[in-house]
Design a protein around this ligand. Structure first.
Ligand code: TYM
Length: 324
């Protein structure tokens, strides 16, 4: 079986972007692949954090994985920091990583620009090397992620190739090394829709956990009222009717895409259904679709926490969480 790995950071609330870009796709993949899904707590400490909150968020994130349908009889679910080898491999890989490759990472540039050099941890720079370790450690074939992780995946591929060249190739074999490839070169799996869910308050920026306003995102555990309110207040435009793919209408494209994925309809069906619709009618439709889709997840995430507190069934998930 081909192998798949992926993970989400346990910072703040898991939002619709994390779900549509990553977690929702894991559920299908776990049926046909050997899957490992982890909670990347070590990535979450690269920005200032509260230890107690992180511990809670780690458990809550695990509960959300399970509530979304990750099945521990098929997938391995665990906390990144519980497997020391991630960090050990990171040190080895760091020694093969040119610093220029990391300086070029868009996420690093964005995050460090905001904070300023004196406030930026070295780990924020080396963060993609840890991500590469998460992936290469397991000789993964595919990595299902959202669009914003594409560059990190590209770096992972280049690192794998570099290590294979430096230490695994024929050159090294002649000198007594093992030869052959050391790391499999993984490929990203980026979904055709949902790979870049945009903010509710600005259709040109990504929905993100770190955006200061909670109005900009739908969290998976937002109550019905909160969802209704966020959709009521979200940014729209003054065009008539709704349409996909008009660069002048990023909000229309984003909200239609969300509706498409929440309702399970095709893009064509949604385009037709909403072609002549006004924003008021559409917002009601979208709110209902969001609530219908998210409610079962919310109910299950409550159960998942209860099971975790009284582990009876064993298995990797429960055992690892229990010892945390
Ligand atoms: P993180 O925690 O920022 O995001 C988790 C996943 O959600 C996706 N995502 C989005 N998808 C669509 N629209 C959005 N607005 C949106 N925002 C986030 C991300 O692309 C990601 O798939 N470094 C990673 C976590 C990581 C990882 C790994 C992933 C660490 N090691 C190994 C895969 C394999 C991160 O911070 O994701």
């Amino acid at each position: 079986k081909k192998r798949i790995v992926s993970g989400v950071q346990p910072t703040g609330s898991i939002h619709l972007g994390n779900y549509l870009g990553a977690i929702k796709n894991w559920i299908l993949l776990q049926n046909s692949y050997d899957t490992l899904f982890f909670i990347v707590d070590l990535h979450a400490i690269t920005l200032p954090y509260d230890a107690q909150q992180l511990s809670k968020a780690t458990r809550d994130t695990a509960a959300i994985y399970l509530a979304c349908g990750v099945d521990t009889s098929k997938a391995s679910v665990f906390v990144q920091s519980h497997v020391r080898a991630h960090v050990e491999l990171m040190w080895l890989l760091s020694s093969a990583t040119p610093i220029g490759w990391l300086n070029r990472m868009i996420q690093f540039k964005e995050k460090s620009r905001k904070a300023g050099d004196e406030n930026v941890a070295v780990a924020l720079l080396t963060y993609p090397v840890l991500m590469a370790s998460d992936i290469l450690l397991y000789q993964s074939d595919f990595v299902p992620v959202g669009e914003d992780q594409k560059q990190h995946l590209e770096l992972t591929r280049e690192l794998a190739e570099r290590v294979n060249f430096l230490y695994g190739g024929r050159k090294w074999k002649k000198l007594g090394g093992r030869g052959g490839t050391i790391f499999k070169v993984p490929e990203p799996l980026i979904p055709p829709a949902g790979a870049r869910v945009m903010s509710l308050t600005d259709g040109l920026s990504k929905m993100s956990k770190s955006a200061p306003s909670d109005q900009s995102r739908i969290n998976l555990l937002d109550s019905k009222d909160v969802i209704a309110n966020k959709i009521k207040r979200c940014k729209t435009d003054s065009f008539i009717g709704l349409e996909f793919d008009n660069p002048e209408r990023p909000e229309s494209n984003n909200l239609l895409s969300i509706y498409q994925l929440m309702s399970g309809k095709t893009k064509e069906e949604v385009a037709q259904e909403c072609e002549n619709m006004n924003w008021g009618t559409f917002k009601i439709l979208l709110t209902d679709a969001l609530i219908d889709h998210l409610q079962p997840i919310q109910v299950h995430s409550g159960y998942a926490v209860v099971i975790e507190q009284q582990p009876v069934t064993g298995g990797l998930t429960l055992a690892t969480l229990q010892s945390s």
